[in-house]
Design a protein around this ligand. Structure first.
Ligand code: EPZ
Length: 426
């Protein structure tokens, strides 16, 4: 089991290339199920979750092959071809490893008229039910049955008629499943209170490139008119706004200056506004976003919210940065019920944090000290890496498989801006 070892104290300076977005890739890959023609995705990040999704697609009979690189291309391109779907069942042993597997439900139902997917179960940050996914599909005409830990969705007469649904709470995954199910119906589907994350805009843009018809992209009301069939496409995944925000926090916590090359400013205004509120300088350059920290950072009051609010996936990283701010910061996690798993580990490094339910107060301290710490979930792991970069002494983050799910070449990218960091095999 690998670990990440860090000698803290370096001020980080330089440029970090931002990879394709994990959370966009995981909803774009299942789009291949919607057509028998090849779907080629470019700028795919080299991440465990992307590889796991490829294995799931293979399990369903989808061909996957590394596509030829465009001239000068260094980013990964993979072609997914679902011209011969041999199974409509996503098995437990694959789904339990990656809950995003539930995103094959909608497209498989749309293409094949039926889909059986293992219920994903909860995870470290919360119960994470899929009731809204199922209610949206039912509103579009699907019959849903739950048995032996699986959900089976069926389209009577083999094709969904479509229908209207208003989400009671904003759900990224439920919106994605509903959109992918709606593009091949025989009617029109209106989705209200849809999630508006940039990853969903990326999904809609890819589907339109494949021949889908939809209005309201980027808004909370999506109107999708079903078409007879979709065709293949060649589509590049958007840059990862959460990876970019995470490395911006690395600049903040080390009082450094990092240019996030390829970051798309329009996707992350809530993050850049929060960075500016700490006193950091954010400059929009021709290549991306340059963030520079003065000493010391001002404290913040942050409440996570669906896009365009402050992203829950940025909460742990900002908390790490605020442990060294000049005063008390206030955080509220409104999306998930258990997303403070990083707090006990940050405390072991000397952070002074009080939590009560979904609220946290971070009392700024003079310094953190390195320690051996345990990662529990993806973004919590990154918050421990960030703390290690600023701590006095050595930090070793265990269970880095969490990090490998969402951060491509993490130690290489951080070493490239001056961090003393290495991956060790335990
Ligand atoms: C996506 O998860 C992301 N994952 C998460 O990123 C992200 O934190 C989350 O959206 C919120 O932005 C991927 O895109 C692969 P939700 P998702 O449905 O779709 C409740 C990361 O670190 N809910 O928007 O599962 C749910 O419990 C990961 O990259 C229901 O009640 O999130 C939560 O409280 C972590 N019923 C809230 O809605 C449902 O049917 C938002 O969840 C679905 C969700």
């Amino acid at each position: 089991m690998d670990s990440i070892w860090i000698q803290g104290g370096q001020r980080l300076e330089g440029r970090i290339p931002i990879s394709g977005a994990k959370n966009a890739a995981l909803t774009l890959i299942p789009c291949a199920l919607l057509t028998e023609e090849p779907l080629t995705l470019g700028n795919l990040p080299r991440l465990a979750d992307v590889d796991s999704f490829g294995h799931l697609m293979n399990e369903l009979g989808v061909g996957t092959q590394v596509a030829g690189k465009k001239a000068g291309e260094i980013k990964r391109r993979i072609t997914y071809t679902a011209d011969d779907i041999t199974s409509t069942v996503a098995p437990y042993e694959l789904v339990r490893k990656m809950r995003a597997s539930i995103l094959v439900l909608g497209p498989m139902l749309a293409r094949m008229g039926e889909a059986t997917v293992s219920l994903p179960g909860g995870c470290a940050i919360g119960d994470r039910p899929i009731d809204l996914h199922l209610k949206a599909l039912e509103a579009m005409g699907a019959e849903i049955e739950l048995a032996q830990g699986y959900v089976k969705a069926t389209a009577p007469k083999g094709k969904l008629p479509g229908g209207d649904y208003e989400f009671p709470v904003v759900s990224v995954g439920a919106t994605e499943n509903a959109v992918m199910a709606a593009v091949l119906t025989s009617g029109v589907t209106n989705l209200f209170n849809s999630a508006r994350e940039p990853e969903i805009v990326d999904l809609c843009n890819c589907l339109v490139a494949m021949g889908a018809r939809m209005e309201g992209i980027g808004t909370s009301h999506l109107q999708i008119t079903g078409v007879e069939a979709l065709h293949g496409a060649d589509y590049d995944v958007m840059p990862d706004r959460i990876e970019a925000g995470s490395y911006a926090c690395a600049a903040g916590i080390t009082h450094g200056s990092i240019e996030l090359v390829g970051a798309r400013a329009a996707d992350m205004l809530a993050t850049t506004n929060a960075l500016a509120a700490t006193g950091m300088l954010t400059e929009f350059t021709n290549d991306g976003i340059k963030v520079t920290a003065s000493e010391p950072l001002r404290p913040l009051a942050i409440s996570t919210a669906p896009y365009p609010g402050f992203a829950t996936d940025m909460q742990a990283q900002f908390m790490a940065m605020m442990t060294l701010a000049n005063g008390d910061s206030y955080l509220e996690e409104t999306i998930f019920e258990n997303r403070y798993m990083h707090v006990p580990e940050l405390r072991r490094m000397g952070a002074d944090i009080d939590t009560r339910g979904r609220s946290a107060i971070v009392h700024g301290v003079e310094k953190l000290t390195g320690a051996e710490v345990m990662a529990t979930d993806l973004r919590a792991s990154m918050s421990l890496v960030l703390a290690g970069l600023a701590a006095e002494g050595e930090t070793e983050v265990l269970r880095v498989y969490h990090l490998d799910r969402g951060y491509e070449r993490l130690e290489e990218k951080l070493a490239g801006v001056g961090a003393t960091i290495e991956r060790r095999s335990k």
